[in-house]
Ligand binder design. Structure first.
Ligand code: GLN
Length: 490
């Protein structure tokens, strides 16, 4: 059997496991791996047809390698593994811009917990990846520093908002990367780039040092070329963190030990609302093929209904902008980031700094959110959206209680679209998230993996599980991945 058409290229960085083994056995050193990775990235990134997946690369090769030597030998789970980090996770050695002019050159005085845990596990943070400004977008075109291209077709978007991380993995620069997912920003770019992307249960991974977009929805997620690589990164970043009040003190199971356990007797629910008549042929075919393979692997396929799905996008686009308008109030031109010059009053500092610093989409969200929260409208929009969110979460919980082990859906209603196609049509852009925002609203874990493709463009299939059941999600994904003969975990 062949790998799904358009799935990530097999060249480039070695897998996480192969890298760790090579380092442990002394066949490769972290210093050398870092050097090779950086030169691979530098030669392919720049120029007009470069991917532009990175906003900053580590230059402190000496310091990074010192760090790698300290942690990167012996039994460290990510010894010498090069990883990319979305530029909305704060880092000490590299600037954090969130893809915004507002934070151009900004340096954080502390490091995000997820990044710190990667480093402590021996990983080499090679750079910070491009994103839609503050995570707002589905194509990485809303970055103030220019878009990222899809490595599988340079005229198309890599998806977003974590498009830089997805492109860096799909191009083979690094085996794995971190992103963040508020409404689909890990899963949708994973689907567009033909790789694996996991959004864990809300509270599984610390948000400390993840620059806030919509705090009740944001979650750090992982990318890998394989399920195993994505799982290895997730293993390291998961777990309670006293610095994040929404991080949950619950045990982190071993995500790897059960990975090859198969799916005999597992019930896979297929919600009919995720397969509308308008679904493009290639997406439908890829998903149907995947369901066939799940059945052949011993799973029971059961049609289910989640009738509130149609309200998910409107609910998300009230709640996310409302939270964003509140979170982004901190960019005032006083404390950090852009400060407009020549302002004559405090009010003018605020107005000019924010007018210059934020891009169009961010301003649109702030306006939408401020309106939804304003007196007289609060109950009509925000209050009502909160209620619908509860109903959506309950609908998922009840479906799982009725014996459905996982749900399977398309990740996005389309494959990667051409650069520029949706920039002037925000509602169309928002609709790329119809199948992904529900997991964030419900707080459940979800994963995207390549399930086929047409004309070189991959199709992503999404799996969703009950809260805290990432291990199940990964096992089902691995079982499906194996049927494609894809990407042997070498
Ligand atoms: N595309 C969605 C949005 O623009 C989701 C973004 C995300 O998950 N960060 O809000």
């Amino acid at each position: 059997m062949t790998a799904p058409e358009g799935s990530a290229r097999q060249n480039g960085a070695a897998s996480v496991r192969a890298t760790v083994e090579a380092v442990r056995e002394g066949r490769r050193t972290p210093e050398r791996i870092l050097e090779e990775t950086l030169s691979r990235i530098r030669s392919a990134e720049g120029g007009p047809s470069g991917l532009h997946s990175f906003l900053a690369l580590t230059s402190g090769e000496a310091s990074a390698s010192a760090e790698a030597s300290a942690h990167g030998r012996g039994a460290s789970p990510l010894a010498g593994v090069p990883v990319a980090v979305k530029d909305n996770l704060v880092t000490l050695d590299l600037p954090t811009t969130c893809g915004s002019r507002f934070l151009e050159g900004y340096r954080s005085p502390f490091e995000a917990t997820a990044v710190r845990r990667l480093r402590e596990a021996g990983a080499l943070v090679v750079g910070k990846t491009n994103l839609d400004e503050f995570g707002m977008g589905s194509s990485t075109e809303n970055s103030a520093f220019g878009p990222t291209r899809n490595p599988l077709d340079l005229d198309r978007v890599p998806g977003g908002s974590s498009g830089g991380s997805a492109a860096a993995v799909a191009a083979g620069y690094v085996p794995a990367a971190l992103g963040s997912d508020t409404g689909g920003s890990v899963r949708q770019p994973a689907a567009f780039c033909g790789i694996v992307g996991v959004k864990p249960t809300y509270g599984r991974v610390s948000r400390y040092g993840l620059v806030a977009f919509a705090s009740s929805l944001d979650q750090v997620g992982t990318f890998g070329r394989t399920v195993e690589d994505a799982a290895r990164l997730l293993q390291v970043v998961s777990g309670f963190d006293p610095r994040d009040s929404t991080s949950v003190r619950t045990p982190v199971p071993d995500f790897l030990s059960g990975l090859e356990g198969g799916i005999e007797g597992l019930v896979v629910g297929v919600p009919k609302e995720y397969f509308p008549d308008s679904l493009p042929r290639s997406v439908r075919d890829g998903c149907e093929e995947a369901l066939e393979r799940l059945r052949a692997g011993g799973a029971v396929i059961r049609e289910v209904s989640l009738p509130y799905t149609e309200y998910a996008v409107p609910t998300y686009y009230v709640l996310a902008p409302a939270e964003a308008s509140s979170n982004l109030a901190r960019y005032d031109g006083i404390r950090y980031g852009n400060r407009a010059s020549g302002a004559r009053s405090l009010q003018e500092v605020y107005e000019a700094s924010r007018s210059q610093g934020f891009g169009r989409e961010v301003k649109r969200r702030i306006l939408l959110g401020t309106f939804a929260l304003s007196s007289g409208y609060y109950d009509r929009y925000y209050g009502r959206a909160q209620k619908v969110r509860k109903v959506i979460a309950r609908e998922f919980a009840e479906t799982f209680e009725r014996g459905v082990d996982v749900l399977f859906t398309p990740t996005s209603p389309s494959v990667a679209f051409p650069l520029g196609e949706r920039l002037d049509d925000p509602v169309r852009m928002y609709l790329s998230d119809v199948f992904t925002v529900t997991a964030n609203l419900a707080g459940v874990p979800a994963l995207s993996l390549p399930v086929g493709g047409a004309e070189g463009l991959p199709v992503g299939g999404q799996l969703l599980a009950p809260k805290w059941e990432e291990a199940r999600l990964l096992r089902v994904a691995r079982s499906l991945e194996r049927t494609f003969g894809a990407v042997e975990a070498t």
